[in-house]
Design a protein around this ligand. Structure first.
Ligand code: CA
Length: 232
């Protein structure tokens, strides 16, 4: 990561929340830009190439899912963290499938959000070297660990940072079950505090991309009482 301040783009229509987030991010030394509509958000993301995007799902006009897809259409790397007032699983999964890396449901604590953002910045590599990208395979899918993408047939799908990181952890222990706690420690570290449910959501996302029948997975298995296992 370069020495200059990291840029965060907030795409959110609630003015109070934008002000609160801007204060908190600026206090941490980040440079902040914001857009109050999805359309402007997509445009700004292209103009300023932020290091991270914080995106609200519920926007008037172009909604957050479509914003996420539009950004992912030309940029598969910049982390996108979704803010959602909805806690329903389906909305979260839909956001992750649209290419988001992480999510927080409102109301959330600013401290928790800052911890997640710090964790994302700690883990992203400054410029993935495409020529020596790390590749793993799961069934017929080829996953690029450094660009967070999976190629299945002739289709390239964005997995996002966290789903890729979870898969990487399972791959390192291929054939053995890995507990949710071990996944949390390996991927999020100690400062951020996501729940086991968060992992389950990313596993669902991975199965939807990598399994022929996500309801009957053949590669990413649940090991009852133990966690998850990537088959040999
Ligand atoms: Ca909103």
């Amino acid at each position: 990561m370069s020495e200059e301040a990291k840029r965060i783009l907030i795409i959110e229509d609630e003015t109070d929340l934008v002000l609160g987030l801007t204060d908190a991010f600026e206090f941490e030394g980040y440079q902040v830009d914001y857009a109050q509509t999805g359309e402007l958000g997509v445009q700004k993301a292209e103009e300023i190439s932020p290091n991270l995007i914080v995106l609200d799902l519920m926007l008037a006009g172009m909604n957050g899912y479509n914003v996420c897809k539009a950004i992912r259409h030309r940029d598969t790397v910049t982390p996108i963290l979704i803010l959602s007032a909805r806690s329903q699983e389906n909305d979260i999964i839909r956001g992750l499938e649209a290419g988001a890396d992480d999510y927080m449901t409102k109301p959330f604590s600013i401290g928790e959000l800052l911890a997640r953002v710090r964790a994302i910045f700690r883990r992203i590599s400054p410029s993935p070297d495409r020529s020596s990208s790390r590749i793993i395979t799961v069934g017929d899918a080829v996953i690029n660990i450094d660009s967070y993408t999976a190629t299945v047939g002739n289709k390239q799908v964005d997995l996002g940072f966290y789903a890729t990181a979870i898969l990487h952890v399972l791959h390192d222990k291929r054939g053995e079950p890995v507990s949710r706690d071990d996944i949390l420690d390996a991927v999020w570290g100690i400062d951020a505090n996501p729940t086991n449910r968060t992992i389950d959501n990313f596993i669902l996302k991975l199965r939807r991309v990598l399994e022929k029948n996500p309801a009957k997975p053949k590669h990413i298995l649940t090991v009852y009482g133990q966690g998850y296992k990537l088959t040999q």
